[in-house]
Design a protein around this ligand. Structure first.
Ligand code: UT7
Length: 324
């Protein structure tokens, strides 16, 4: 019998404070008009003082567990995708484990920046398929507002804070693409592009948290090409193509990247879940946020074929095909 990692519940959390584009006008040389036109972003959420990535992740985790109808101790593992941990260590995942009252199993973080959630899903899938875990909570949680340089207009207007989570459970399948659950994954990285998107500080260099630096137009160029390619690859692994897809649930960095990728995949925008206008780029949290909001809006329904794709610092990129 084929084992599938099937979505049992989904949830999200956004910090209370909404920051409209207009808040950046006057602080840096920018305008609401420029930000909307070039990125599609209208607003984003910023965590309150003292509110940490594990707080956001735990809130999303509680929502996903409630949606699944499960207690925390029903989980075998927690994986948190994040690049903005509360502390250098311990992991955000163990902090979430304590906050939600999970007293068994194991928890760890993965760090692949904006591609983090795709990497986390692929790892959760591997744990489930290999029999090491039956239920895995996969969280994407970020407080990118903490690493922004608010004097740099080319980056500070782009990012936001938030968290999303999915409970995956081992379920027997038939081995066909009609099964619910994760059907295929595709992960890639190329460390030679390190300077395109990085943080200029860290434990073993400056000893500081540092600030995000990005050559945006260079990343943009790679994004459309590599995202369409990885989505095609993941679909082709199980004999599917863009025509089979009910929803693309993309990383939400820029509406022009989202549109360009959908066009290359020959999927109309009516079949793309878009949240970038409300969340900005929340890095590893953007895909689970979009999954949760997409379900809440009534877009994503049980049985739908989804493809998620993401790219970010590394460069690291990848995609996951799953039937909801
Ligand atoms: O999630 C991780 C992956 N990251 C991404 O996917 C981000 C990918 N990149 C992007 O989304 C876009 O490249 C940006 C939104 C970052 C920038 O858009 P662009 O169309 O690529 O603009 P650009 O970087 O080529 O800059 C065009 C102009 C420049 O001015 P000059 O040199 O033409 O005079 C920038 O200085 O826009 C200027 N600019 C701004 N103007 C007003 C850059 N940021 C701003 C701003 N407000 N906030």
């Amino acid at each position: 019998m084929t084992i599938r990692a099937v979505v049992k519940g989904v949830g999200h959390y956004l910090p209370a404070r909404t920051v409209p584009n207009s808040e950046f006008e006057g602080k840096v040389e920018t305008s609401d008009e420029w930000i909307r036109a070039r990125t599609g972003i209208e607003r984003r959420h910023f965590a309150a003082e003292g509110e940490t990535t594990s707080d956001l992740g735990a809130a999303a985790a509680r929502a996903a567990l409630a949606d699944a109808g499960l207690e925390a101790d029903a989980l075998d593992a927690i994986i948190v995708a994040t690049s903005t941990p509360d502390l250098t260590f311990p992991s955000v995942a163990t902090m979430v484990q304590a906050k939600i009252g999970m007293t068994r199993g194991f928890a760890f973080d993965v760090q692949a920046v904006c591609a983090g959630y795709v990497y986390a899903l692929a790892n959760a899938n591997a744990l489930i398929l290999s029999g090491q875990a039956r239920r895995v909570l996969v969280i994407g949680a970020e407080t990118f507002s903490r690493i922004l340089d608010f004097t740099d207009r080319s980056t500070c207007v782009l990012f936001g804070d938030g968290a999303g989570a999915v409970v995956l459970e081992a379920v027997g399948g038939t081995g066909t693409t009609e099964d619910r659950g994760i059907l295929s994954t595709d992960l890639n990285s190329d460390g030679s592009y390190r300077d395109l998107l990085y943080v200029d500080g860290g434990v073993s260099t400056s000893g500081t948290a540092g600030h995000l630096r990005m050559q945006g137009n260079q990343v943009f160029r790679h994004a459309v090409e590599k995202l369409a390619e990885t989505a095609h690859t993941a679909l082709a692994k199980v004999g599917l193509d863009g025509g089979d897809v009910d929803w693309i649930v993309p990383h939400q960095a820029n509406i022009r990247i989202i549109e360009g990728t959908a066009k290359r995949m020959q999927v109309p925008m009516e079949r793309v879940v878009v949240t970038v206008q409300d969340h900005g780029n929340t890095s590893a949290a953007s895909i689970p946020l979009a999954l949760s909001v997409g379900k809440e809006r009534g877009q994503i329904k049980e049985g739908d074929l989804l493809v998620t794709e993401a790219i970010g610092g590394g460069l690291a990129w990848g995609s996951v095909v799953l039937r909801w």
